[in-house]
Design a protein around this ligand. Structure first.
Ligand code: SAM
Length: 418
């Protein structure tokens, strides 16, 4: 481990590089009021993350063992503050480029003045909101996003309202159903939601389904999550022949298929999903894709039809929702439609099978526990994917894993070899 001075020197050198990039891109220095780092081109984001990793290491070292552990334990209070802001829409009670008083925010939000003051003053310790003059509150970049970006609002809401509260039942679920239960209706989420699985709740509660959809759309489009790196996860030209077809299993509203349709010339796409998703997906599909993208109701646990088999299956970010047992069923259900050499492309988080200590590598591990909470699912290493494929059918051959540079997701390429 480097000394504090060595780390600080590294931090300084990296900070200089990042500021130079801002200058080269004609961007002002970043601040809590205006985050200009997110405007840097994709190619510069790696440097930004390097700087963040160094600053995280130095911060943790300086906090020391005792405070670092306690910080984690007290972390629930930060979530509580954000949840109050979210639930009472406190950010929306402030003009985007002006100020509002505590009384005005209280009147608009319906939350009592004293609670508004306590919440906002706590939030300021997180650089959410500012008070340029006593009693007059304005936005910072975070609160402005909460007020103006519906997708961001949904993504925050999904964690704070749906998944975070359910996570408090995770240990209870393990104790009740066994720590390797694997059934979505024996998960922490289902204990919190009257025994219903996530996808059942989404089918039954439109408001929560809208929040989930908004959050998924936001995550898919946000470049920090780099889901669209799928373009670089496989050589799509090898499939892009006239008449070739790809089935996008659990393809949702088709954002991934749309990205791939833009990248290819000939390939057509059939999205398989649950009835309520297919119905909405058809309505949302932009007209420009109507020739090449279609939707079909198909439960991916049920065997595929053997007529008109596609050239490839894409399973994007679905298997991590499911235990090994269920993932093996999903894969086995493809068999009637597979021909020798058919491709199965699994685009998912692929965990590195070694200790990761950098902040930049943390997301996949956070997501692993999101999956554990919502459905008894899991994120997997390459070796764990290999085991699931073997469990499903030994005729699946894992060809390899391709991770686009800096991407949280990777492509597991599988061939059917009867
Ligand atoms: C996490 S989303 C992934 C969406 C999309 N593939 C992507 O990468 O953005 C999981 C998808 O699986 C679908 N799904 C869940 N259970 C299903 C089932 N039994 N049959 C078909 N689709 C299902 C959900 O409706 C949802 O669209």
């Amino acid at each position: 481990m480097s000394s504090l001075v060595a780390l600080a020197e590294e931090l300084l050198a990296q900070a200089k590089e990042v500021e130079q990039l801002l200058e080269q891109n004609n961007l002002p220095p970043t601040s809590f009021d205006k985050d200009t780092l997110e405007l840097l081109p994709d190619s510069a984001q790696k440097l930004r993350w390097d700087l963040l990793d160094t600053s995280h290491t130095i911060t943790q070292l300086l906090r020391g063992a005792r405070l670092s552990g306690l910080d984690i334990a007290f972390g629930w209070t930060d979530q509580l503050i954000l949840r109050i802001i979210w639930r009472y829409r406190l950010a929306s009670a402030i003009p985007l480029d002006g100020t509002a008083t505590y009384d005005e925010i209280s009147a608009t939000s319906g939350l009592g003045r004293s609670l508004v003051t306590r919440t906002i003053r706590s939030a300021m310790t997180l650089n959410i909101f500012d008070e340029p003059e006593p009693g007059h509150i304005c936005h910072t970049a975070i609160s402005r996003l909460l007020a103006a970006d519906d997708g961001y609002y949904s993504a925050i809401g999904l964690q704070l309202e749906d998944i975070g509260p359910a996570s408090l039942k995770l240990i209870e679920a393990w104790q009740k159903f066994g720590d390797d239960a694997g059934e979505p209706d024996q998960s922490a989420f289902s204990l919190q939601n009257g025994g219903r699985s996530l996808f059942k709740v989404l089918a039954e509660e439109p408001e929560r389904a809208n929040r989930f959809d908004g959050a998924m759309k936001y995550c898919v489009e946000d470049k920090d999550f780099n889901f669209f790196d799928i373009i670089n996860g496989f050589d799509w030209s090898t499939l892009d022949r006239p008449g070739a077809r790809l089935v996008d299993l659990g393809g949702g509203y088709g954002q991934i298929s749309q990205a791939l349709a833009k990248k290819t010339q000939n390939l057509s796409f059939t999205i398989h999903d649950l009835p309520h998703v297919v119905e909405k997906g058809r309505k949302l599909l932009p007209a420009e894709f109507s020739e090449r993208i279609s939707f079909q109701e198909q439960n991916f646990m049920e065997p595929q039809q053997s007529e008109n088999p596609p050239d490839a299956y894409l399973i994007s970010r679905c298997l991590h929702n499911w235990s090994d047992h269920h993932s093996a069923i999903i894969l086995r259900a493809l068999i009637p439609a597979l021909r020798k050499g058919s491709k199965i492309l699994i685009w998912d988080s692929v965990l590195e099978d070694r200790p990761i200590k950098k902040l930049s590598g943390k997301f996949n591990f956070q997501q692993d526990f999101i999956m554990a909470t919502i459905s008894n699912g899991k994120d997997r290493s390459a070796e764990e994917f290999r085991r699931v494929l073997e469990l499903s059918d030994p005729r699946f051959t894992m060809e390899g894993v391709r991770r686009p540079e800096g991407c949280k997701l990777a492509m597991v390429e599988v061939t059917w070899n009867p």
